[in-house]
Structures are given as C-alpha cells and as structure tokens.
Design a binder for this molecule. Structure first.
Ligand code: NAD
Length: 253
C-alpha cells in the first residue's frame, strides 16, 4: 500500500521543516519529487539527500506568492517530467503581532504567501492533473484555523490564512472531483520545526501548551509526512474535501 512509483510530486516550502520531510517521505515511496522554496541552494541540498538515498528529485526556486514564477516553474516541471500528479501546498510563514498593531502590509504578506500562494499552486497543478484525470492536492493548514477553539494571541493574520485554506479546499474538492482530483487538508498541531523554534515561545508557555496535549509532547515533522503519504496515494481514492488534524490529541480535550 501507499506506493507512489512513477508519480510526480511537487512540494512547496521544502528546503526545511515539514516540507523537507514530506519530500523525503514521498521519495521513499517511489515518487519523483520536485523540491521548491525561495532559496535554490537549500533546495538543492534536499535534492542531493534524496538522491543519496536512491530517490529521484529536482529543485526549483519558487515564491508561491508570485503567479508568474509559479507558472514558469510548473511549466518547467511538466517539460522535464511530462506531468504532475501530487501537490503538497506546504509553504507558509508565521510572525507574531497583536491585532491592534498589525499593518495592512503585515496582513497582505501573510495572506499572499499562506493563502493566495496555495490557490495559485493548486490552480496551476489542477490544469495538469485534469489531463490524466488523476491528482492529489494536499493543503497544509493548522489547528489554529478556527472552529476548534485554538486562537493564538498575535496570530489573527495567520489564523485567517489557515482558516481560509480549509474553506478553499472544500470548494476545490467539490469543483475538481469530476476531474479525478482529490483535495484534502492537513492541520498540524505543534510540530518541532524551524518555524516553531523561530517563534521563540518561552519554555513555560510551551510546557503549559504541551501539558494540554494528551500525548504530552511536540510532534515530529515525519509524523505529519505519514499523513501526506496516505493522502497522496491511490489508497486515498475515497477521501476528498476533508481536514485531518495531526495534533497529538490536542483537539480531543
Ligand atoms: N510547525 C508547526 O507547529 C506548524 C503547525 C501548524 C501548521 N504549520 C504549517 O506547516 C507548514 C510548514 O511549516 P514548518 O513548521 O515546517 O515551517 P518552516 O518555517 O520550517 O518551513 C516553511 C518553509 O516555507 C518556505 N516559504 C516561506 N515563504 C515562502 C514563499 N513565499 N514561497 C515559497 N516558500 C516559502 C520557507 O522558506 C520554509 O522553507 C506551514 O504552512 C506552517 O504554517 C506548522
């Protein structure tokens, strides 16, 4: 099960953190993986690591918020690999600012990368996927996306972007089901990545948060990648428009 041999997968924001482990996990299942991010050199290092383990991969610099660049990169991918089967919309940013201090520029930056970026990549990917009547789009949201009681002080812009992803994905799943494209969302809880490290959450606050998580620990990026592999696979054929929380049980409390 979960074999991805001969599938072409593109991961955004894949030079570090969860995007990097998603790229490794897809390659391990046999997919040819296109590693994209804002820094070409760091993507190239991920490609080398995949190749050293016997996998196949290529890298491209791609800013997900720039439509012209997205279109160019997808064109190159299709030229090189012939098609696209799997998109993992993982790229994202987080910076903390209380709502009363948020500027229009802050708001636009967050929404452009976290939400518009996912739409631009999904739209371009779907144009390829319809050709084969098969596709898997996996959009990364967060437990901090609304409806589940996880508001974060300093994260109004982030939670808005992550909530938007869920609504957008449900609609794309409905629109693209006739074309064989399944669109799903993964909403991780607290996962140990450079993003969380950069947020410099005080130890006491982090400990208090993790105490509320039934599994009593932060998640590993690979634990989210396992869900990516499932949703990318043939075995997820009857799964679309859904959101999967990978959160150590946080929302069960
Ligand atoms: N770490 C967590 O606890 C957590 C929890 C819930 C959701 N998430 C989400 O998971 C995803 C991955 O996060 P992570 O924790 O691995 O963070 P990370 O900061 O380690 O990785 C994010 C990657 O996105 C890239 N990126 C940023 N702007 C970009 C742009 N304009 N175009 C292309 N790439 C861009 C960065 O360069 C980076 O490599 C993000 O969407 C994040 O919001 C993370």
């Amino acid at each position: 099960m979960f074999q991805l041999k001969n599938k072409i997968a593109l991961v955004t924001g894949a030079k570090q953190g969860m995007g990097r482990t998603h790229a490794f996990a897809l390659a391990e299942q046999g997919a040819k993986v296109v590693v994209t991010d804002i820094n070409q050199d760091e993507c190239a290092a991920v490609v080398e690591e995949i190749k050293s383990k016997g996998g196949e991969a290529a890298c491209f610099k791609m800013d997900v918020s720039n439509e012209a660049e997205v279109d160019q990169v997808f064109d190159k991918v299709v030229k090189q690999f012939g098609r696209l089967d799997i998109l993992v919309n993982n790229a994202g940013i987080y910076f903390s600012k209380l709502a009363l201090e948020l500027t229009e520029e802050d708001w636009d930056k967050m929404i452009n990368i976290n939400l518009k970026g996912q739409f631009l990549c999904a739209k371009r990917a779907a144009k390829e996927m319809v050709k084969n009547k098969w596709g898997r789009i996996i959009n990364i949201s967060s437990v901090a996306s609304g409806q589940v009681g996880v508001g974060i002080a300093g994260g109004a812009h982030y939670t808005a972007s992550k909530g938007g992803i869920i609504g957008m994905s449900e609609t794309l799943a409905v629109e693209w089901a006739p074309f064989g494209i399944n669109v799903n969302v993964i909403a991780p809880g607290a996962i140990d990545t450079p993003m969380v490290q950069a947020a410099q959450i005080p130890k006491e606050a982090m400990d208090a948060m993790l105490q509320r998580v039934p599994l009593k620990r932060i998640g590993k990026p690979e634990e989210v990648s396992a869900m990516v592999v499932f949703l990318a696979s043939e075995e997820a054929s009857y799964v679309t428009g859904a959101t999967f929380y990978v959160d150590g049980g946080w929302l069960a409390v």
